[in-house]
Design a protein around this ligand. Sequence first.
Ligand code: HEC
Ligand code: HEC
Length: 294
Amino acid sequence: MSSFFNWWVIVITLVNIFACWWLIKWTMKKRPEESEMGDVTGHKWDGLEEYNNPLPKWWLWLFYITLVFGLAYLVIFPGLGNFKGIGNWSSTGQYEKEIAQADERYGPIFAAFAATSIPDLTQDAEAMAAGERLYSNYCSQCHGSDARGARGFPNLTDTDWLWGGSPEQIKSTIVNGRGGIMTPWGPVLGDEGVENVANYVQTLSGRDVDAASAEAGKAQYNMFCVACHGIDGKGNQALGAPNLTDNIWLHGSSAGAIKKIIIEGKNGAMPALGDFLGDDKSHLLAAYVYSLSN
Ligand code: HEC
Ligand code: HEC
């Protein structure tokens, strides 16, 4: 907060508290003993008059206590502009304290899971239930609550892996993240080239397309695409290059979608979550993901 707004907040807050105190004082000026039945305000409705009696004492004290509470709060907690309060409280501090408490409580449980191998963990119902909760918190926004993925976000329940489906590979994906690089080929191939190569790609999964065009595309595939997708089109897990022969499509199965990705390319990114999750949770999550297809 700039120093102007710092003082702006401080002055307005204190003036308001003082004004409340003054208002109570001012309305209380008349003591009940001064007039037997109290004053009348002069308002009259159908012969009924309104008395101007002071507030009952207990009620008055409630107001004063509220003011004292407000001031004490502003001394202890942050509230007056940039002043942090003498209690040293902050929402971040509170969050960190709660996280530390949770780690203390659940840490040993995750540590026990971490000492168990991934294939063994998949047999442990309690571990899988904990893994599923972690998955819902940290992964479902991208991979879907049923882990079946969406366009651009791989399905984790099948056996078609971009980066490999062994326990170690899955764990490494979660801890270190992955970045797939499919370079854009539109400018290199031109419209006709894209058409031909897309047709050839579709023959790899047994689709019936224009044979002459696919044949022309094969030559270009062998020149530009084999480095990553392989001579047989089965992909390369070291590069995250998808298998093009299995009729499972990360970026859409229509001819149009296939052409689009060939023209535009795509850099799919799985974030590295190792630092955030820590090793124990990453291990448990890897086991949960592994269990989905094993
Ligand atoms: C911000 C979105 C996002 C989040 C959050 C995310 N992922 Fe991913 N994940 C991706 C993308 C995108 C890919 C594909 C990367 C690529 O195209 O190469 C991927 C790939 C993967 C893969 C590799 C799949 C394969 O076929 O090899 C695994 C395993 C995986 N994620 C697991 C997880 C787990 C477990 C979590 C939660 C801890 C998680 N992801 C959270 C976006 C996300
Ligand atoms: C540098 C390596 C590389 C080269 C070269 C490359 N690709 Fe790719 N390709 C990838 C990667 C990695 C992906 C996955 C992108 C992602 O989501 O992260 C991909 C995705 C694709 C997809 C989408 C697959 C799906 O499941 O939706 C198609 C189709 C494709 N490539 C075709 C081609 C064609 C045709 C060529 C040659 C003109 C080519 N690729 C060249 C790496 C490459």
